[in-house]
Design a protein around this ligand. Structure first.
Ligand SMILES: Cc1ncc(COP(=O)(O)O)c(C=O)c1O
Length: 442
């Protein structure tokens, strides 16, 4: 590109950003890993902290000029400790993956063995094998074993897993590290029984609450630090509606190693404006998190029921579909035949969801490109003030696309009309601005 073309490209970038904002106002977002943060969180992300360095821990910085940054980071850690009922918190990790890698760096050595969920059963790529370019396998050099999984219950099979641990132990294959948590996480993981066996063998237990951190904070899903986990890693932008980022909380005895796993091992500077925004989000969650999280779960269960009524095959019906924000739906037998086709058609209709592998997809020759399922989450629609009644309306829109094969363009208009009443962020101290306002500073 010639220098003379830079200005028009620069203008084009801003025009695309505005288009994105305007589109978001018209869509129903059911991506389980996303959320919309409050105007206050957005304000905190725009401060001068974003131009500064503050390597290290407050009071032990490698840089000068950090006196206010230190105070904000200390408040962020204190608020996080309160929220998660934890002795120790570190708000520095810049993502959920780096929070996980910081913990793995602190408590494993290359060549160690880790047990976690496989990707088709809900596991995340940060826990995957070397062959799959997973962070644990490829970056940390861990050997990966999987928890045994009950496909009907959509959860870890405790007895079969414990038998597997004992079998491996007899063969000299000790598991050094256990990673609970998942990207498809409808039901609390059975940490207690497995952690007891793990700790009996001197292993480390972490819970990756990337998805469910908000629900854990509200203490209405599971309480991993009391159920046997040594630490909890999570993203700060899913059910916990803060800025994009990561975080770790733990029992005090693990604090020193975790601090070093975060810095200097994995981070140099740690995105200080995000620290400010995380602190604001934690305060909002202390004030509003319980009410918000309860509604997220009620909405997920209501959406599950409404989708069943509309003809969708929602998994785990016998358990009320979910106890979190997530639903898993099999679409392989629907007229659109696979998750990708459903994802694409719904996007045309202003409904944003994502396709997802089902635990049995591999056996049917399906892969991530055209899996048999879709995954839905209710964090963002709940944040916009929607309740059970609106879940029925969303299910009806989805039926029109997936089963009635209605024109996505026409449904998109109906969705945009429906969205008009839901533009403010709820469960926040300040709701002055609309959720998707484009804020111009130039
Ligand atoms: C279980 C799990 N762990 C870790 C992550 C990674 O989080 P981040 O995107 O914040 O790096 C995700 C992301 O969706 C996840 O689902």
């Amino acid at each position: 590109m010639k220098p003379s073309e830079a200005q028009s490209t620069y203008n084009e970038i801003f025009s695309l950003l505005e288009k994105h904002h305007s589109w978001m106002r018209d869509t129903v977002n059911l991506i389980a890993s996303e959320n919309v943060h409050s105007p206050a969180v957005r304000e905190a992300m725009q401060v001068d902290f974003s131009d500064r360095y503050a390597e290290g821990w407050p009071g032990e910085r490698v840089y000068a000029g950090t006196k206010y940054i230190d105070e904000v980071e200390i408040l962020g850690n204190e608020l996080t400790k309160t929220l998660f009922r934890a002795d120790f918190a570190d708000v520095r990790p810049i993502s959920g993956v780096l929070a996980n890698l910081s913990i793995l760096t602190a408590f494993t050595e290359p060549g160690d063995r880790m047990m976690c969920l496989s990707i088709p059963t809900g596991g995340h790529i940060s826990s995957a094998r070397h062959r799959l370019w997973g962070t644990a396998g490829r970056v940390r050099g861990l050997k990966i074993q999987y928890f045994k999984y009950d496909e009907y219950e959509l959860n870890i099979d405790v007895d079969a897993t414990i038998r597997k641990i004992e079998r491996l132990k007899k063969k000299g294959k000790h598991i050094d590290f256990y990673m609970f948590g998942a990207s498809v996480f409808p039901f609390p993981h059975p940490i207690t029984e497995i952690a007891e066996v793990a700790k009996g063998y001197g292993s480390y237990v972490n819970h990756d609450a990337a998805h469910v951190a908000g629900l854990v904070a509200a203490n209405i899903f599971q309480d991993p630090l009391r159920e046997g986990a040594n630490s909890l890693t999570f993203s700060t932008h899913k059910t916990l509606p803060g800025p994009q980022g990561g975080c770790i909380v733990a029992h005090e005895e693990f604090a020193d190693r975790i601090k070093r796993g975060v810095f200097p091992a994995l981070h140099s500077n740690h995105h200080l404006h995000h620290v400010a925004a995380k602190a604001v989000a934690m305060a909002e969650m202390i004030a509003f998190g319980k009410e918000y999280s309860k509604q997220i779960i009620k909405n997920a269960q209501a959406l599950g029921s409404a989708l069943m009524e509309e003809g969708f095959k929602v998994l785990a019906e016998h358990k009320g579909f979910t106890k979190s924000h997530v639903l898993l739906i099999e679409v392989a037998n629907s007229p659109l035949q696979n998750g990708r086709a459903v994802e694409e058609k719904l996007e045309e209709a202003n409904i944003i969801i994502n396709r997802n592998l089902l635990p049995w997809d591999k056996r049917f020759g399906r892969d991530y490109i055209r899996p048999g399922g879709i995954r839905l989450g209710t964090s963002e629609v709940t944040r916009l003030g929607m309740k059970e009644e609106e879940m029925s309306q969303i299910a009806e829109f989805m039926r029109k696309i997936v089963f009635d094969q209605k024109s996505p363009k026409l449904v998109a208009k109906e969705v945009a009309q429906f969205r008009k009443k839901f533009q403010k962020v709820h469960y926040a101290f300040d709701t002055a601005r609309d959720a998707y306002d484009y804020v111009k500073l130039r």
